[in-house]
Design a protein around this ligand. Sequence first.
Ligand code: TAP
Length: 472
Amino acid sequence: MTGATEGFSLAREAVTLVTYLVASVLFILGLKGLTKADTARRGMQYAAVGMLLAILGTLIKQEIVGYGWIAAGLVIGSIIGWPLGTQVPMTAMPQRVAISHMFGALAATLVGVAEYHSHMLSGETIARPIMAALGFEVLFGALTVTGSFVAFGKLQELKWVPGRPVTYKGQNLVNALVFASAVAMFLYLIWRPDAQTVFYAMVAVALVIGASLVLPIGGGDMPVVISLLNSYAGLAASATGFAIDNSLLIIAGALDGASGFILSIIMSKAMNRSFANVLFGAFGAPVAQTGTAIQGEMKEISVEDAAMQLAYAQRVIVVPGYGLAVAQAQQVVRELAHEVERRGGEVKYAIHPVAGRMPGHMNVLLAEANIAYEKLQEMEEINPDFPTTDVAVVIGANDVVNPAARKDKSSPIYGMPILDVDRAKSIFVLKRGKGKGFAGIENELFFDDKTRMLYGDAKATLSRLVSEMKQV
Ligand code: TAP
């Protein structure tokens, strides 16, 4: 190498290092921004700029052998990514996230396999620490690929992936044995890195583990699983960083791994479940008719009467749930609140941590309608307010307001913290009919003497309520 070429390549290396450093800082700032609603958008922007820098820094790296494949990947990725980003509705976001993790993990796995294969082709021996990183990468990467795919299939209700938990006797033991065999192969590879058959067998077994880990888990627990798989994909990426000596991958993967793990723990807590119970409890299995049969009937109210009562209410709490997202009624909710407030009433929004189908689902929906963030109150904060609330308006929520979670030990949702809507002075429930919620169980709140049902699509009912209130 001549002096000039050497200087040039050193300069390129330095530029890459600096962009990696800045990108790492931006990723950390991005995560910090995401912890609060009012800084979340900025956080996303930091992270996006960080990612752009990371890509640019990598593109000028010396190891890049040709830009043709990269350009092809960019085109194919954009063709797949554009509709994923623009067309997928909010209600399908959990499965969209699952499929993105699948792609991320697939990339990590393929890098690992390619790295191993190229070492084997060149006849180079792989140092043991590198083999450990490579093995970890493909093990976690491959299990995340199939695990995420099964999670996607369950949530998307693909015909050949059952949404209910798939269980059989001794399943946890079989899964543990299969996992132990993968760990044994991993350890063997560290001792004998050139054992190619063992390497590829480990990849195959990891693919089986991913599917068998997720199959026994019910749809309701899928968000916890998805964020756990996110964490695995992050760990695989971090291991890739060690294997191919890329500091940015190590940092970004570790951030991803840690944040996914923390989110999984937070979500398990919100459902009052232990982590082990989510992973091995086969929650969401069809239960034999549980719970005490509910006596009484659901009483309807006319839109006119409901509008009248709301017009004179001083304290109103809106309780949004999955049905609000289905009906896309967030704008009309704001109009309804405006009508109450115009008459001197106060409106707050009760946010249950697992209302809807993804973490933060209700916050995102209401933010879309420009509802002030201070009016959104978390479950623990708002629950003491229900007894002094004139009207609680439940819009497409069901499981998150089901009192059975508090008192019926035989209920599949027993123990899940709920919004104390039944303690309000009166309750309106907006839903289309007698449909059950995600857990598939009856809700005694709807039979309560204080509850009145407003049947119909939430958006249509709310629009009629708003126009009635305008005339009161
Ligand atoms: P759900 O219990 O799923 O109830 C939604 C209700 O909305 C249904 O009873 C349905 O009744 C009604 N609905 C549907 N479309 C409607 C429309 N267009 N207009 C009016 N009502 C409509 O919802 P939730 O209370 O939000 O509870 C969430 C559940 O999902 C929990 O069990 C939770 O564990 C689970 N889950 C949560 C997540 C996360 S992280 N948020 C992810 C996956 C699962 P009708 O059919 O009678 O209209």
